[in-house]
Design a protein around this ligand. Structure first.
Ligand code: PHE
Ligand code: NA
Length: 459
């Protein structure tokens, strides 16, 4: 008979129970935490935004994280095939298959711009190592970043290098590349971030940063900002995009998904908050603009590295670890695309990784150009809520604020309402009252939360 769960064959499973947690945490912790979280927090006025973001993480993100991983393990195939199988075995509408397709398309698009930012991390490893920040003031460091953005060839070069690394690792298969790096290097990144927070405490503006991040002023938060908070909760946890479905397909039955999901969410949130606490004191101490945009960490952190003793070494290590975090996330984004090419088009893993990676690289050129030659090009600017958005802004908005939250909504509805209840509690790893509480959140709170944010943004 046909095996409907090919990934669940013993030789394909993650090598240890911990391996999935590491890989999923590797996917979660990335540029989203250290690059994106601080800059969108700055753009959206701080505390109120952070509060909504935290609520989204635990009321929307965690339930979807659990549901998506559970679906992935149950289907045991690529996201598209998993959804096809499950709609059959669960006896539901075939329309739910859209979840799989949404994932493949969204992960394709997200990597196209993520790789460009990953390229920035590569550039900054070099700058730190060469001591280019040493003694430089805010203006000089801002100038370095501006020069990078202004140079499409330089951006393209490092975007290409980043994509090449990702394709290389993915083409070698799921187990060999992923597990080892995460195990050792992510804890190190955590330690380095804590060291940066301690450094930031000496800046004189730590109190101001804490109150910026944690005392909510709702007059500073717009409805669009609330959508951004929701979108970022999805982005930072890598949910709603098929990634966890793909990773979950390799997960042994013995692993408790609920507990694992909670661990991942806490780690991911911890890294983001630490990044904020490391960066905002420097922003205020140097009279920089919190809403400066995507360059925020590339201007504030180098300033600190340039002033501290041993800063060249410390900065090099920091950006190298940021690169590793970005790579483990990028690898996960390529996974749904590669699995789709493998399973549906019958293309080998190596060719799928190269072909998919090439197409993604090509689309990424749009993001490269949006920071210079196309900085005034706003492709869908005639639509009011997309006004003023460059190719990069547009891709980020489309994937993070629309496709990922809507994918998450569909996953919550599918798991909460369409799937059979039988066996669900043990599939998730919860019992009795906590299972019922979880199901209540998944069926009502999560969908209502996402629904309300979207309704408010429509009207
Ligand atoms: N969660 C990753 C980060 O925070 C980004 C990501 C998005 C990864 C979508 C996979 C899928 O950097
Ligand atoms: Na993240």
């Amino acid at each position: 008979s046909q095996n409907t769960q090919p990934h669940q064959q013993a030789n394909n499973l993650w090598s240890s129970k911990l391996a999935f947690t590491l890989a999923a945490a590797g996917s979660a912790v990335g540029l989203g935490n250290i690059w994106k979280f601080p800059y969108i927090t700055g753009e959206n006025g701080g505390g109120a935004f952070v509060l909504i973001y935290l609520a989204c993480i635990f009321l929307i993100g965690v339930p979807v994280l659990v549901a998506e991983t559970m679906i992935g393990r149950k289907g045991g195939q690529s996201p598209v095939a998993t959804m096809r199988t499950l709609t059959r075995t669960e006896g539901t509408s075939r329309g739910w298959q859209a979840i799989g397709w949404n994932g493949v398309i969204a992960s394709f698009l997200v990597l196209s711009f993520y790789a460009v930012i990953g390229g920035w991390a590569l550039v900054y490893i070099g700058k730190a190592a060469l001591g280019l920040f040493t003694g430089a003031d805010a203006e000089a460091i801002g100038g370095q970043f501006g020069n990078l953005l202004a140079n499409p060839w330089e951006l393209l070069l490092w975007h290409s290098v980043f994509m090449a690394i990702v394709v290389f690792i993915v083409s070698r298969g799921i187990r060999s590349g992923l597990e080892k790096a995460v195990n050792l290097l992510m804890p190190l990144l955590f330690v380095l971030l804590i060291a940066m927070v301690f450094y930031a405490m000496t800046s004189g503006s730590f109190g101001q940063a804490v109150s910026f991040m944690f005392s909510p002023d709702f007059s500073k938060l717009t409805t669009a900002g609330v959508l951004t908070a929701l979108g970022h909760a999805a982005f930072t946890l890598s949910i709603g995009i098929g990634v966890l479905m793909a990773y979950g397909s390799y997960l042994p039955k013995s692993v408790n998904i609920a507990r694992t999901a909670m661990t991942i969410a806490v780690l991911d949130t911890g890294v983001a908050l630490l990044a904020g606490l490391a960066i905002f004191p420097l922003v205020f101490a140097n009279n920089l603009e919190p809403g400066a945009g995507p360059g925020l960490i590339f201007v504030t952190l180098p300033l600190a590295f340039g002033q501290m003793s041993g800063g060249a070494l410390f900065g090099t290590v920091f950006f190298a670890l940021l690169l590793v975090a970005a790579i483990t996330s990028a690898i996960s984004m390529l996974e749904p695309v590669v699995e789709w090419l493998e399973e549906h088009k019958g293309i080998s893993r190596v060719k799928s990784a190269i072909g998919g990676g090439f197409a993604i690289w090509f689309i990424g050129i749009g993001t490269v150009l949006s920071f210079n030659i196309w900085s005034d090009v706003h492709p869908l600017g005639f639509i009011s809520f997309l006004e003023g958005k460059t190719v990069f802004d547009l891709l980020d908005f489309l994937v993070s604020n629309l496709m990922m939250p809507l994918g998450g909504l569909a996953i919550a509805l599918f798991a909460g309402w369409a799937m059979k209840r039988e066996g669900l509690a043990s599939d998730i790893g919860l019992k009795g009252g906590s299972f019922r509480a979880f199901m209540f959140v998944l069926r009502f709170v999560t969908p209502a939360g996402i629904g309300i944010v979207f309704l408010y943004n429509l009207v």
